[in-house]
Design a protein around this ligand. Structure first.
Ligand code: DGL
Length: 270
């Protein structure tokens, strides 16, 4: 099975695109809802929580895990890949969602000025700046943390004046840093749920980049190039949903992220 992990519900936006593009695989989605949001937590805490989730997904039979969370990709991925994987299972793989997004960013900007909106954790890690500079040194990257957006989305408060207020506040702060920004990465898997609010506030001139399709294409390419991994993945088109919190609450909210009903199970990962 392919494991898909997020701190909460945001990763379901990525899973949705996986199911559209690669419906043949079996997936296990794990949301650490009991401890979400991760956005304001320290490096060490995000790393420990993510490592627990990775170990759990490995033990459930996932040789490949996608951290469908920018905060976990920014703060935990590298250490897990470089230090932990060889101790737990060197044949298994854990992939993130920042690198695949950085790889295609040049296709979206003419002015070579792009903006990143993300959690405080993602922004402070500077992971996007580092990845994009390695690939495209000519592109300038500006960032803005949006700490109020994840709580709004997690609580389903997306079509109301509070969402408009905070989206406007954060995008104005970003554009103030550089008015020539012509593309903005929604660098948190929760933000695509607010895409209509972003569009309403920013208009047509700025390209909004959601990661879901980019990450799905990148995973599809990865599995094409890594036949040894593809061979280990079962293909019965099933999805299992796991949450560390109340599964009834998960089912209600997940339907809103995924656009269809789900039946989850509560598990402990720590
Ligand atoms: N969905 C996570 C991300 O992409 C953030 C949510 C959180 O703060 O836990 O960054």
């Amino acid at each position: 099975m392919i494991g898909v992990f997020d701190s909460g519900f945001g990763g379901l936006t990525i899973l949705k695109s996986f199911l559209e593009k690669m419906p043949q695989y079996d997936y296990v989605f794990l949301g650490d809802n009991a401890r979400a949001p991760y956005g304001g937590r320290s490096f060490e805490t995000v790393y420990q929580y993510t490592l627990q989730a990775v170990k759990k997904l490995f033990s459930l039979g996932c040789p490949l895990i996608i951290l469908a969370c920018n905060t976990a990709s920014a703060k935990a991925l590298r250490t897990i890949q470089q230090n932990d994987l060889k101790k737990i299972n060197p044949e298994n793989r854990v992939l993130g969602i920042i690198r695949p997004t950085a790889e295609v960013i040049n296709q979206y900007t003419k002015t070579k000025n792009i903006g990143i909106l993300g959690t405080a954790g993602t922004v402070n890690s500077e992971s996007y700046i580092l990845e994009i500079q390695k690939l495209y040194p000519e592109i300038k990257v500006f960032q803005q943390a949006c700490p109020m957006l994840v709580p709004l989305v997690e609580n389903g408060e997306i079509n109301n004046p509070a969402a408009d207020y905070f989206v406007e506040k954060y995008t104005l702060k970003l554009l103030k840093q550089c008015p020539e920004i012509d593309a903005i990465i929604l660098g948190c898997t929760h933000y695509p749920l607010l895409i209509n609010t972003f569009k309403k506030i920013l208009g047509e001139k700025i390209t909004l980049i959601s990661q879901n399709e980019i990450v799905a294409k990148s995973l599809n390419d990865y599995l094409f190039r890594h036949k040894e991994m593809d061979f280990r993945l079962t293909k019965n088109s099933t999805v299992r949903f796991l949450t560390t919190d109340d599964n009834k609450v998960f089912d209600e909210r997940a339907a809103f992220f995924l656009g269809k009903n789900v039946k989850s199970e509560t598990i402990e990962i720590f």
